[in-house]
Ligand binder design. Structure first.
Ligand SMILES: CCCCCCCC(=O)SCCNC(=O)CCNC(=O)[C@H](O)C(C)(C)COP(=O)(O)OP(=O)(O)OC[C@H]1O[C@@H](n2cnc3c(N)ncnc32)[C@H](O)[C@@H]1OP(=O)(O)O
Length: 176
């Protein structure tokens, strides 16, 4: 993947939280109405990620017709949302809440509607409140073999106190 995003070389190693789901288990959505991962979001992506070893996560996404941008291919903003959410869910394995401050996407290849993507997200490390993560999207063949990555992402997240951060806006959220 090509990128101008700079990952510092002095990051602290990411630490998995003590009270988080085991490898192989689904990472719970952080908000049932979230556009990315919420199962009750009416028009959302309904993305689900499985915890891997360490601070890693994997998932799959079928590129549905409703995700179309240019004729026959996924919209770049949808793919950015997919990466944002897949990295965000992955870093929940650290047992903390963090929000995106920088999102960098490498759209390496067009992604046709009907493609099934495999997503791999990984936290690279931390620096004070900053959490650096990366993710890739790979096309899954009919035999479920993964091909070359078609897109990649880097994200910089900042750890927040969820009560303080979402407190002022919580009542604006959609009701289930
Ligand atoms: C809940 C789980 C969700 C998971 C998936 C979905 C993720 C999302 O899409 S979140 C939605 C989009 N993101 C947002 O709305 C965030 C909006 N931004 C904010 O609210 C604020 O910038 C906030 C709270 C993150 C940080 O503000 P504040 O608490 O004042 O901290 P601040 O001192 O500015 O920054 C903290 C650190 O991050 C760094 N930082 C903040 N923004 C940036 C940036 N854009 N680039 C680089 N570094 C940054 C600062 O330099 C600082 O670093 P250091 O610790 O070295 O001093």
């Amino acid at each position: 993947m090509r990128t101008t995003f700079v990952v510092p070389d002095d990051l602290d190693a990411p630490r998995r939280g003590d009270d988080v789901v085991a490898p192989g288990d689904t990472i719970p959505p952080h908000n049932p109405m979230c556009y990315g991962c919420g199962p009750r979001s009416p028009h959302g992506l309904h993305l689900s990620m499985i915890a891997g070893e360490g601070v890693t996560a994997t998932g799959e996404l079928l590129v549905e017709p409703r995700f179309e941008g240019g004729p026959g291919v996924i919209h770049g903003g949808i793919l950015a949302s997919v990466f944002d959410e897949s990295m965000g869910l992955g870093l929940m394995l650290m047992g903390l809440t963090a929000v995106t401050v920088v999102l960098d996407i490498d759209y390496a290849r067009p992604v046709p509607i009907g493609t099934r993507l495999r997503l791999d997200a990984r936290v690279l490390g931390t620096r004070r409140r900053q959490v650096y993560a990366e993710a890739t999207a790979t096309v899954l063949g009919a035999d479920r073999a993964a091909g070359e990555p078609v897109a990649g992402a880097h994200g910089l997240f900042v750890i927040v106190d969820p009560h303080a951060h979402f407190g002022p806006t919580r009542d604006l959220g959609q009701k289930e």
